[in-house]
Write a protein that binds this ligand. Structure first.
Ligand code: 2HA
Ligand code: ZN
Length: 274
């Protein structure tokens, strides 16, 4: 199976990233979802976009995304199965011109529907695109140590950000914008979508306590890499806090500030003491 290559590059990218996340244990059962904004010209190279399979209402209006194309994971679908059967587990959709409906152009075979977290994805895309017109990807998964950390660390987001920065030297360089942390909210709702997107105005990572994480990026690698880096930091946190001997030394604020200077990144304000 490793050798199977799909003829459509963006389908191949989805097959690879879902498999990687499932292998990391971040997407048990139907956990996790992805949406990837595609240029219309790229979709038209591989698909007949006039062949609309179905038109359905969106959970929330997204006028800013009118007529844009996305490849998305399907609701209830298992990341484990995407690689072997992309046409059933993924779909290419186009938002209607009024931003209230979407067309299914490809995939989601056998009556599949896009991810249950469409509101969080689309509202987050809208906010990230305002910040950076090159933005493309939102990934949500149930990264194990991030989830664990939300049980044992305070949820104040500056404190959470600082702890993550302290866990691996390069964290500050990878996400100087820090992480947003929401209160616990019911998944799949417009409420969690709006709250997530509000955090995405200022940072590319949002943590859903006792549930998971979202990462935004201009490429699949970037969104995946952000989550991977936060998850690594959370893993270190959980390892050292389980260690009976306690912490003997850690990265200081002065060291983090020196790091930011050396790498030319601007740390989120109010986290580090000069
Ligand atoms: O079940 O991860 O947040 C898919 C999800 C919902
Ligand atoms: Zn989830």
């Amino acid at each position: 199976m490793n050798g199977i290559r799909h003829e459509i590059p963006f389908v191949q990218e989805m097959m690879e990233v879902t498999r990687n996340m499932w292998q990391k244990g971040w997407d048990e059962r139907n956990g996790g979802n992805i949406s990837y904004l595609l240029p219309g010209t790229e979709v038209k190279k591989y698909m007949d976009v006039s062949d609309v399979k179905q038109t359905l209402p969106l959970p929330c209006p997204v006028q800013e995304l009118a007529e844009k194309y996305f490849i998305v994971t399907g609701t209830g679908k298992y990341f484990k199965n995407v690689f072997a059967n992309p046409e059933e587990n993924l779909g290419v959709i186009r938002i209607g011109e009024d931003g209230r409906t979407f067309d299914i152009i490809w995939g989601l075979k056998n009556d599949g529907r896009p991810t249950s977290e469409l509101a969080a994805h689309f509202m987050s895309h809208t906010e990230r695109l305002k910040k950076d017109p090159n933005h493309r990807v939102i990934i949500h998964n149930h990264a194990t140590h991030v989830l664990a950390m939300t049980f044992v660390h305070g949820l104040e987001e500056k404190a959470f950000t600082k702890t993550l920065w302290e866990m691996c030297t390069e964290c500050l360089v990878v996400f100087p914008d820090g992480v947003g942390v929401l209160p616990w909210l019911v998944p799949g709702t417009n409420e969690i979508g709006r709250a997530t997107a509000d955090k995405m105005k200022d940072c590319r990572i949002v943590i859903w306590p006792q549930h998971g994480i979202l990462g935004a990026g201009i490429t699949m690698d970037e969104a995946f890499g952000l989550i991977e880096t936060v998850e690594k930091a959370a893993e270190i946190y959980m390892l050292i806090h389980a260690h009976q001997g306690g912490i003997k030394q850690s990265i200081t604020d002065r060291q983090l500030l020196a790091l930011a200077k050396a790498f030319g990144v601007r740390p989120r304000a109010g986290v580090l003491q000069a």
